[in-house]
Design a protein around this ligand. Structure first.
Ligand code: AMP
Ligand code: MG
Length: 503
């Protein structure tokens, strides 16, 4: 295993060069074999247990690694903080897989840095395991996400409200560049670094953007045209559409969509206070610090637009020196983003109803269904499963025959809605059902099950319940032996469930 250090090459104002702090007794708890394979890492938990514990605790440096803590800023709940950065994470370096894609290898919980402020640089075992479970579940659900390669117990306590066992989680991401990374340089009016960052991000994430040579540019200045910047911004926006629409499809609440937690790659990052929705309600919030519901389930589309507007603020000076000209070029992209989000959201929702393409009347069909579900407090996942379950051509034809004979006054809201949906899909019910099965998971990482396996792992050190849960989560669209065990809705619908930032 040999790491490169692409981000390191950007220069010292992008990070602090700093080593992980050694831990007392590293023990490898989780190792993600399929992910290791896909990265071309040939070490295994069986054969190389000790070495993996040393590497992924930060006690021993992987060959080639030059650990850094990355600098970034961020809007936290709408308030700008110019100085955040990796306060408890170390980017060890990167690996390029057999397809030529490059992946950051980052330790989280690996000690303090220049950016730690009053934090201890550490992570408790619960949040580390939680990030592993949630990100694996999201990956299997088909949601773009950072992933976890390893969780290593440190053998040291971390002190939160009480003493907790400590752990280090290894995060794999296509990069750790955030909206906040752009904000860091924009806030300092360091346009040279801003250009370097943009160029790096284009080369890493969007190599299809052809970098144009700018006339009269100085030799040491990154070469970027105004068109490059606009293409870059458009590419970032497109990634965010897919990301947020995927979240809304599976009922995921990120919980803390600050600009420092928004990766420009469009991967889900920072699993701190995330949760899954049970009953459909657009105002669902679980995060204990989100008192105004800024990051509520149904606000996520709006917030990603806000975050992208903050990225636009950073890019404006690179588009044109004249702010009015720059604004005139970037504003239509944000408008298009809003339209795309809305279109792709409804397209995704009709896919959940087994309809391949949006047609007239479909938006009302979706909105009416969601209104009914919200009024009757129906579970988001189970209800779509339920709609798909008994879907046969005969059932649909019989229902439509029966309802035509009924007096309209005698039909309830559900019958009226079902009749509209059934009429829409009656041409090919089998194809409808197949599309529904691809778009509606049978199982999601429900909060009460996540908490239960974390508790058993923390109390007894026994990870068997966690492994059983992971096996089911890794096949969310298939019925396997223990699927049913994890489909149930919690008593009281998680009414008193609260998530925390995991610090
Ligand atoms: P987060 O809420 O996880 O997005 O973190 C926000 C900021 O706080 C980032 O700059 C983190 O690196 C920093 N941070 C979070 N937890 C800790 C900790 N235990 N020690 C030091 N810094 C932390
Ligand atoms: Mg964060």
């Amino acid at each position: 295993m040999n790491l490169s250090n692409q981000y390191y090459a950007l220069g010292k104002n992008f990070y602090q060069e700093t080593l992980p702090t050694a831990v007392a007794e590293p023990v490898l708890l989780l190792w993600n074999d399929p992910l290791a394979d896909s990265l071309g890492i040939s070490l295994s938990a069986e054969a190389d247990n000790e070495l993996l514990a040393q590497y992924f605790s930060g006690n021993q440096l992987i060959e080639g690694s030059k650990p850094i803590a990355q600098a970034y800023s961020g809007h936290q709940f709408g308030h700008f903080n110019p100085q955040l950065g990796d306060g408890r994470a170390h980017l060890l370096g990167d690996l390029t897989d057999e397809y030529g894609s490059t992946w950051d290898i980052q330790l989280k919980g690996s000690g303090t840095s220049f950016f730690s402020r009053s934090g201890d640089g550490r992570c408790a075992l619960g949040p580390a395991l939680r990030e592993f479970i949630m990100s694996e579940a999201m990956h299997a659900l088909g949601v773009p996400t950072t992933r976890c390669l390893a969780v290593v117990a440190t053998g040291q306590a971390v002190y939160r409200e009480r003493a907790l066992p400590g752990a280090i989680v290894t995060r794999i991401a296509s990069s750790h560049i955030r909206v906040g990374t752009f904000q860091f340089f924009a806030a300092r009016q360091d346009f040279q670094s801003l250009k370097k960052l943009t160029r790096f991000a284009i080369e890493r994430h969007f190599p299809e953007i052809k970098l144009v040579k700018v006339e009269n540019s100085k030799l040491d200045e990154p070469l970027l045209s105004s068109e490059n910047i606009l293409d870059f911004f458009t590419a970032v926006l497109n990634k965010q559409v897919t990301l947020v629409v995927s979240w809304l499809r599976v009922g995921f609440l990120h919980g803390v969509m600050n600009t420092d937690n928004t990766a420009i790659s469009g991967e889900t990052i920072d699993y701190g206070p995330c949760a899954m929705m049970n009953n459909y309600h657009s105002g669902t919030v679980f995060s204990s610090i989100d008192r105004n519901g800024r990051y509520a389930f149904g606000n996520q589309s709006k917030i990603i637009q806000w975050n992208m507007a903050r990225l636009a603020d950073c890019l404006l000076p690179l588009v044109n020196e004249d702010e009015d000209i720059a604004l005139a070029k970037i504003t239509p992209l944000l408008q298009q983003f809003a339209n795309d989000l809305q279109y792709r959201y409804f397209e995704m929702m009709v896919n959940k109803l087994g309809i391949a393409e949006l047609a007239e009347g479909d938006i009302e069909l979706v909105n009416d269904l969601l209104r009914l579900m919200q009024d009757e407090q129906l579970d988001y996942t189970l209800h779509f499963n339920h709609l798909a379950e008994n879907l046969t051509q005969t059932a649909v034809d019989d229902f439509l025959n029966d309802i035509e004979k009924m007096e309209t006054q005698a039909q309830d809201q559900w019958q009226l809605w079902l009749a509209r949906w059934y009429r829409r899909i009656s041409d090919d019910v089998a194809a409808t059902k197949r599309l529904m099965e691809r778009n509606n998971p049978l199982v999601i990482p429900r909060n009460h099950h996540v908490e239960a396996v974390l508790e058993s792992a923390q109390e007894s050190g026994d990870l068997s319940a966690l492994h059983e849960f992971l096996t089911v989560l890794q096949q969310p669209y298939s019925h396997i032996a223990s699927t049913e065990k994890y489909q149930d809705v919690p008593c009281g619908g998680d009414e008193n469930y609260h998530t925390f930032c995991g610090t």
